[in-house]
Design a protein around this ligand. Sequence first.
Ligand code: SF4
Ligand code: MG
Length: 326
Amino acid sequence: MLLDVRDLQVEFHTREGVAKAVNGVSYSVDAGETLAVLGESGSGKSVTAQAVMGILDTPPGHITGGQILFEGRDLLPLKEDRRRKVRGAEMAMIFQDALSSLNPVLTVGDQLGEMFTVHRGMSRKDAKAKAVELMDRVRIPAAAERVNQYPHQFSGGMRQRIMIAMAMALEPKLIIADEPTTALDVTVQAQVMELLAELQREYNMGLILITHDLGVVADVADKIAVMYAGRIVETAPVDDIYRAPAHPYTRGLLDSIPRLDQKGRELYAIKGLPPNLLAIPPGCAFHPRCPQAREVCRTDVPPLYEVDPRRRSACHFWKETLDGPR
Ligand code: SF4
Ligand code: MG
């Protein structure tokens, strides 16, 4: 197993109290595999990823439990200098907002080249050649000329390709992409997603795609973990989730995807808002928003029930949801 996150716990200490941002999350990704982590903002999906990357454990965030095994070795006890080497060389992250992740006063060639001068000790000239090669690989047209341009001279989609090139530069084993296409329009979204999937296959990398939009990951993910209020509520192979979700929250997310065959129909939206992490509802955290909630849901936290060997749901009534009308 490439990455194995086990029972991760992350807390945020705020003036109002302690927020449990991640509460016992476990997931895994193998080489060549794509895991989509799905959820609304505040579900803990980004925080979990930041913990994996080792860019989280500074106040107010604290990792208070669990393990993050990378190729079998727990990363959490590592000192920051060791951790920094893992980050970049072995795992890399792509963020939503390329413009604020890139340095506006350096050419993209200099920024890409820096990966090779700093981490690989290359000369500036060789690093520049590598930068052009990378830009070619992420299909930026006229790379040899554009390597000397600044981030603002590129479109949003092209900038996101540059971010992918940066992440790929040292050929990491794992890439985590946090809402990589959210800021882009729909056609560009699909192209960028395709590029990521293609590079992932070519290099046999593990890929974690973090998104609030089940629609964008359908074609590229192998499996999905759905998060709500700091926990995983459903995990399954992607096709199973689309065929029949086993958790009412997943069903709500599925029903909120616009569908071409249902144009004109009013789009479903899950009622209410995700909970305040300082006041997570007792029992099933989803119960105030769940159309299927019963009395027991208010008091008993549902465990992750095994639906089948590849699939789990944290709903007391998963069977009903699974068999319910589509
Ligand atoms: Fe809904 Fe109850 Fe299932 Fe939670 S446990 S998702 S409230 S039916
Ligand atoms: Mg986020």
